[in-house]
Design a protein around this ligand. Structure first.
Ligand code: ATP
Length: 365
């Protein structure tokens, strides 16, 4: 549905997009994720036609968009600030884009009702727009975009002005809406959790380039670089010694974990300024086990350094034994344990056994 080939964008001397190659499939929920200033909004605006590109090609639905104005593209954009007209009713706002539509009044009114129903605002047409809540305004903005039946809906941080509860609710509603209408959604967000929850695929951007393009699970489990791993979720990093390459991967030595073979699929790039190689693993990829408990083939030992109780979860920071020789770079390992009734929360200072699975380790070198 959307294809970017070698897209560059300069603002004066500033190189905002540095050779974007990207294919977004029809019907996909696709997110552009990255820190502030990485160029995600610029990329969205070049697809929408609000921004000219300096070089490269943007195709939408197979057609080259060079010279095609925003209002002649099969795309429509929903902005962070809802940009609805406060002096118009809800129905007038939603019908605004149809003002040059040759259809009759009754037909347009039916289209407005249909769009309102889609976003859960059936019967709200006569309401004054200024009296709506933030979530309702965002729905009106969505309905106004959807009524034009675009092939692609571009969403620029549409939920960022909402409070946390409303944002989570709207995330689920947007996913349902996208499935229902079946059109391609492209979402810009700096919120990694939002991207993981909503997207079929995510492009992680840094400094005008795409660092990794993958589904949420692959991004989370096998980040292509330590930088991507740092940006998405919480990951433990431990300094590592590379013992040598094996036919199927790399053998390494890790404090507390001993010697481990990492399959080639789990070997990623270190940051240029990293102090040598490291391994990474998620807090939920390791767990506390009782001493001597059966069925755990990989167990490391240590001392509980910190306990943070969240009700449903407890986070433990564990200082692993066997860190000697790796220097003072070894940080405690953060473990996330789901709390279950009957299992006591452990205390700071207690000895702890940590069970880990070699398959959950990613080597950054
Ligand atoms: P944010 O989440 O903060 O919106 P972003 O990833 O969407 O960030 P962009 O808005 O795409 O970032 O901006 C990318 C870079 O280009 C930034 O450094 C920004 O300052 C610069 N930039 C954006 N628009 C212009 C402009 N019209 N003129 C000059 N520089 C611009």
């Amino acid at each position: 549905m959307i294809e970017c080939r070698g897209v560059h964008k300069y603002y004066g001397d500033y190189h905002a997009l540095r050779g974007i190659d990207l294919t977004i499939r029809a019907g996909e929920f696709f997110s552009l994720l990255g820190p502030s200033g990485c160029g995600k909004t610029t990329l969205l605006r070049t697809i929408a036609g609000f921004e000219d590109i300096s070089s490269g090609v943007v195709l939408v639905d197979g057609k080259d968009m060079a010279g095609v104005a925003a209002n002649h593209r099969p795309t429509n954009m929903v902005f962070q600030s809802y940009a609805i007209f406060p002096h118009l009713t809800v129905a007038e706002n939603v019908g605004f884009g149809l003002r040059r539509d040759p259809r009759g009044k009754a037909e347009k009114a039916a289209a407005v009702e249909e769009a309102l129903a889609m976003v859960g605002l059936k019967g709200y047409g006569a309401r004054a727009s200024h009296a709506l809540s933030g979530g309702q305004r965002q729905r009106v903005a969505l309905a106004r975009a959807l009524i034009l039946k675009p092939k692609v809906l571009l969403l620029d941080e549409p939920l960022s002005a909402l409070d946390r509860k409303m944002r989570e609710q709207m995330q689920v509603e947007l996913i349902k809406l996208q499935r229902q209408v079946g059109i391609t959604f492209v979402l810009v967000t700096h919120d990694q959790e939002e991207a993981l929850v909503m997207s079929d695929r995510i492009a992680v951007m840094f400094e005008g380039g795409i660092a990794q393009l993958d589904g949420p699970e692959a991004l989370y489990a096998r980040p292509a670089s330590r930088r991507v791993a740092d940006f998405i979720g919480v990951m433990n990093f431990l300094p590592t010694r590379v013992v040598g390459d094996t036919p199927s991967g790399t053998e390494i030595e890790v404090p507390g974990f001993g010697r481990v073979e990492i399959p080639a699929s789990n070997v990623s790039r270190a940051n240029p300024d990293d102090d040598g190689p490291s391994i990474g693993f998620r807090p939920e990829a390791v767990s506390l086990v009782a001493p001597g408990a059966a069925g755990h083939s990989h167990v490391a030992e240590g001392v509980i350094d910190e306990v943070v109780y969240y009700g449903d979860m407890t986070y433990y920071d564990i200082r692993l034994d066997g860190s000697d020789g790796f220097g003072d770079k070894v940080r405690p390992v953060r473990i996330a344990m789901r709390n279950v009734f009957g299992r006591e929360v452990q205390d700071v200072g207690a000895r702890a056994n940590v069970s880990w699975s070699p398959g959950s380790l990613v080597l950054f070198r």
